[in-house]
Design a protein around this ligand. Structure first.
Ligand SMILES: Cc1cc2nc3c(=O)[nH]c(=O)nc-3n(C[C@H](O)[C@H](O)[C@H](O)COP(=O)(O)OP(=O)(O)OC[C@H]3O[C@@H](n4cnc5c(N)ncnc54)[C@H](O)[C@@H]3O)c2cc1C
Length: 446
């Protein structure tokens, strides 16, 4: 098996398979995790997945900050606040995502049947034209990948966890329906003294501020820093006004004063992220599956992508393992795995010819058909939740955009906050259950 991408989806999926003894080649193009910003908001939905993966003890070793609440401010006035946790007993929290990924990889690498190829990108798919299943359309059966150094990794199954710009999705000609609002988020990291300066005002909350300076979110990270995401029209003209002064214009007096006393040099250049999201109606081809952002690029709104990626990995592993553990005609040697990895499973990279194949035994064909059916079932099981979550994200973005664009509405709501605040709070909370806990996961193995 080849897993492409060691983000949340790929690391979690590779770990679950490696632990069960499946031979896994995990390919990651980046040399280090910290080179990428990923989401650090862990919702109860992501926590449920991590618990079911048996990773609660790993999580307990990492820096983590439980959120105290959500605050919404319009024109510098408080509209409403909601304390955490609400609608259940588990609070949303901020975690050290690079630490989580490294911890998952360390555990996976303890299984001798997992190989991590870091700093190598997948460039091509290996195909086996004569294996195209009756009735299947598009490219032939996927039989492995080719790396950027020309190395071929043959495999029974390729799992593309390579993120929003997925090369695997493109190579497999899987369509992506995109939602591409003309917006981007500028992500700022404030650390050390700048973060310490702001923490007392933030007080463990996730604050959203909308006013004349636009809309931004402000929260403390697990490691004691502060992150600010500022929503902008894509390609908006720059301004000579320093960032903190611009943020002060949407802030209440106490925060505005903090912004104005912050040295401008303490704010580094932002990372720009388009608010593009999308959904591939089909996540699989014979011998290939997409998971995480590769299948459904998530908008960063209300911290869903990390959580959905973990849930994809869990559901995919739970559906595939019973099939893989039959050894189902995959042929080849058994992987040797330590006690902690369970029984070996005869499937994986290097065990099957990548070029035109000799006639294969009916048992292998039958196994491949069962595998492909399982891939379809995984996508069907996950699409329902992803559609629901993305619809709620769009709804929330739409409401935020209305307020960002309509100064008269902001002023009206801010002026009547004692009446409008509780009404809007109830409406906001009504949309949150699915964004917090997701939809019920399918039952796991007994
Ligand atoms: C700034 C920002 C803030 C966010 N905030 C949150 C949040 O608070 N909470 C939340 O839940 N979500 C958040 N998200 C979304 C979240 O980060 C993603 O949804 C999540 O990382 C998706 O996980 P993934 O494993 O599918 O993909 P990714 O995390 O994108 O991982 C894909 C991996 O594949 C590798 N790769 C790509 N191409 C190749 C190739 N050809 N060969 C080999 N490797 C390859 C990449 O290097 C990468 O490591 C945020 C996203 C951003 C950018």
């Amino acid at each position: 098996m080849v897993v492409v991408g060691a983000g949340p989806a790929g690391s979690a999926f590779a770990l679950l398979l490696a632990r069960a003894g499946v031979a896994v080649e995990l390919v990651e193009s980046q040399p280090r995790h910290s080179a990428l910003i990923r989401g650090d908001g862990l919702m109860p939905s992501g926590l449920e997945a991590l618990n079911r993966m048996g990773l609660a003890s790993l999580l307990a070793t990492l820096p983590r900050r439980e959120l105290r609440g959500w605050s919404f401010l319009l024109e510098g006035r408080s509209l409403f606040s909601v304390a955490e946790p609400f609608g259940g007993s588990v609070p949303c929290s901020l975690i050290d995502t690079p630490g989580l990924l490294e911890g998952m990889l360390a555990e996976a690498l303890a299984c001798p049947n997992l190989t991590l190829r870091r700093g190598r990108a997948v460039k091509e798919l290996l195909l086996k034209p004569e294996d195209t299943l009756p009735g299947s359309e598009g490219p032939a059966r996927v039989a492995g990948v080719v790396l950027d150094d020309g190395t071929k990794l043959p495999a029974e199954l390729v799992v593309g966890c390579d993120g929003r710009g997925s090369t695997i999705r493109r190579l497999a000609a899987l369509e992506l329906n995109e939602d591409n609002p003309p917006l981007e988020v500028l992500w700022f990291e404030l650390e050390n003294e700048a973060a310490a300066h702001l923490q007392p005002w933030i007080a463990g909350r996730f604050a959203t501020l909308i006013g004349d300076a636009g809309s931004y979110a402000l929260f403390g990270t697990a490691r004691g820093g502060v992150r600010l995401g500022w929503l902008q029209e894509r390609g908006a003209a720059g301004s000579p006004v320093p960032w903190p002064e611009r943020w002060a214009r949407s802030a209440p007096p106490e925060l505005a004063a903090l912004w104005r006393s912050l040295p401008t040099t303490s704010v580094g250049p932002p990372l720009r992220l388009s608010l593009r999201s999308g959904l591939a109606p089909r996540w699989e081809r014979p011998g290939l599956l997409l998971l995480g952002d590769a299948a459904h690029p998530m908008s960063p709104l209300r911290a869903q992508g990390l959580n959905m990626a973990l849930r994809d990995a869990l559901v995919a592993a739970e559906r595939l393992l019973p099939l893989l553990s039959t050894g189902g005609g995959a042929g080849g040697d058994e992987a040797s795995c330590g006690d902690e990895c369970g029984d070996a499973i005869a499937i994986g990279a290097g065990r099957m010819a990548a070029g035109p194949a000799a006639e294969e035994p009916p048992r292998r064909r039958e196994f491949q058909e069962q595998l492909d059916q399982a891939l379809v079932a995984i996508a069907e099981a996950r699409l329902v939740e992803i559609r629901a979550v993305q619809a709620l994200q769009r709804q929330e973005l739409g409401r935020g955009e209305l307020l960002r664009r309509q100064a008269w509405l902001r002023r009206l709501l801010a002026a009547t906050a004692n009446v409008s605040g509780p009404l809007l709070s109830r409406r906001w909370q009504a949309g949150q259950p699915t964004l917090r806990t997701g939809l019920p996961l399918p039952e796991g193995p007994a």
